[in-house]
Structures are given as structure tokens and as C-alpha cells.
Design a protein around this ligand. Structure first.
Ligand code: ZN
Length: 283
């Protein structure tokens, strides 16, 4: 019954996303209820996000870590009346869940957070989908006023046009935004002092290691370039809890993404970036 509550909330607030769920169902010949339930699934992974600003250019890097049987897709879309976008998401789910870039020079990446679950809130996957359509950080922030949310999440939002990058953290009933100057790093625990109390469990070792290691490497950079971001996302310090994650055959980094806002380029490595080349996509 809780799932039916979620369906009602989503339909009311974010109708476009529900239309895409129907499209996935029709295209894959899978029952609508199955795809709908899958799109309410919450991440349990341990992703790492980093962002840098240097000489007016912004780069956003992200490793998507989860169980290996899951597969990802990359989509380049031109929705009518909305900004075109490139996005990496999970097969069977609507786009927007991992890392994305849109025509309005907005890039974002998402990291899961461990909070209480509010079964009458808006699922995070639908909120992330709505960010694909924003034209500014202010618009992204306004999505927090759509209503309470199912679970917490962290999002780096970079706006090249506004020359601004922020860390947005939310919980079911609260949120905070922190501006980044030279760099930002995030794993899977709250960084905003205002949000710390929203965390359900003690910060796991992987999240702590990934955040501290990413921050340590970012602090060493003077003028971050694409190759510097690649090197951080390929880092194995602290293995098996490392940024480039391959602890077992069943879990690891499913994809690594780098978005260079300077030329609207989206780079994706299919699997661990230490073993796979980054392929370039343009909007
Ligand atoms: Zn590796």
C-alpha cells in the first residue's frame, strides 16, 4: 500500500516523469507496476562526486558505485520545450539518477545519503529527473518546495552560466545549500552542519575514506585539468574502500563520468576508470 501512496504523490507533482515510466514499460514489454516499483528503488551505493572551478571553467566528476549486476545507460535527449540533455542512469529507471548535463549549462551528480524514509514523500528519482529541466541554481533549489521527500540525497549542481557551483543536501523534510569556491567533494554522508542530525546511521568507512581522500587530492591542484579529475576518480588509496571501487566481483564502480562545462563535453567510462577509457559525448 505504501507504493500506491508514492504513485499518487508522483503523479500529482511530477507528471512528466510518470509519462517516461510508462514509455519504459511499453518499450521493454514489462508491466507498468514493475517499472514503477523499480523507479522508487533507493540507492544504497557509495558514490563519489568532485567538482572544481578554475579560471572560470568548471569540471564535475562522479564515480557511480553499486552492485555489478546492475547496468547503466547513457541518453542524449531533446525534449520538446525543455533543455536538451545527456544523462547517465540505471536501466529500467527514468534519466537523471547518476550524472547529467543540460543545454542551459547546468551539470549535476547525485550521491545517496542514509536517512529515515518518508513513504508519503516525493521519490528522489523523480526529483533528480526534474533537475534535468532547470535553467539555474535558483530553479534547482525551488524543487525543494514541491513537497516533502522520501529520502535524503546529495547533489552537486554546477552552473557555468552563473559561474557558480553548490552542494545541495536534502532529507525528507529539510535541506541546505553550500557554495563551493575552488572545489567540492562528496561521498555518502552529510557535510552541512545543519543537516548532520538527519543522518540515520554512523558514517560508513567507505564514505569517510572517499570524501577525505578526494578532498586531499583536490587541495593539491592549482589549476585543475581534465587529467587531474581522471586521476582522482582512478585513485585506489584505502582499497577496498577506495574512490575507484572494486572490492569484490559483485560490487564496484559501474561508471565514471566527467563533465567539462568549458566545452559541454560529457566523458563516460563504462566500468572502473582504471581499466576503461573515457568516451566523449557532446550535447
Ligand atoms: Zn580501479
Amino acid at each position: 500500500m505504501k507504493y500506491i501512496d508514492l504513485k499518487d504523490v508522483t503523479h500529482r507533482e511530477l507528471g512528466r516523469a510518470l509519462g517516461e515510466v510508462k514509455g519504459i514499460s511499453e518499450g521493454s514489454n514489462a508491466k507498468l507496476d514493475y517499472i514503477l516499483k523499480f523507479s522508487f528503488e533507493e540507492e544504497i551505493g557509495g558514490c563519489t562526486s568532485i567538482a572544481t572551478a578554475s579560471n572560470g571553467n568548471f569540471i564535475l566528476g562522479h564515480n557511480e558505485d553499486w552492485y555489478l549486476p546492475m547496468s547503466l545507460y547513457i541518453i542524449r535527449a531533446k525534449p520538446k520545450g525543455k533543455p536538451s540533455f545527456i544523462s547517465v542512469g540505471y536501466a529500467g529507471q527514468i534519466p537523471g539518477t547518476c550524472a547529467s548535463l543540460n543545454e542551459s549549462e547546468i551539470a549535476y551528480s547525485a550521491n545517496s545519503l542514509d536517512t529515515e524514509i518518508n513513504f508519503s514523500g516525493i521519490p528522489k528519482i523523480y526529483l533528480l529527473r526534474s533537475l534535468l529541466e532547470v535553467n539555474s541554481i535558483k530553479e534547482a533549489k525551488s524543487k525543494m518546495s514541491l513537497g516533502n521527500r522520501t529520502i535524503g540525497n546529495s547533489c552537486f549542481i554546477v552552473s557555468a552560466a552563473e559561474k557558480r557551483m553548490v552542494s545541495l543536501e536534502w532529507s525528507p523534510g529539510n535541506y541546505d545549500i553550500i557554495d563551493g569556491e575552488k572545489f567540492l567533494a562528496h561521498a555518502n554522508h552529510y557535510l552541512s552542519p545543519k543537516m548532520k542530525k538527519e543522518e540515520s546511521n554512523k558514517t560508513c568507512s567507505k564514505s569517510k575514506n572517499n570524501f577525505e581522500r578526494a578532498e586531499e587530492l583536490l587541495k593539491q591542484l592549482k589549476e585543475p585539468q581534465l587529467e587531474d579529475i581522471k586521476r582522482i576518480l582512478q585513485d585506489h588509496e584505502g582499497h577496498p574502500d577506495s574512490i575507484c571501487y572494486h572490492p569484490t566481483e559483485r560490487a564496484g564502480t559501474l561508471a565514471s563520468t566527467i563533465i567539462n562545462l568549458g566545452d559541454n563535453a560529457f566523458y563516460v567510462s563504462d566500468g572502473n576508470p582504471c581499466k576503461n577509457e573515457y568516451k566523449k559525448f557532446n550535447l
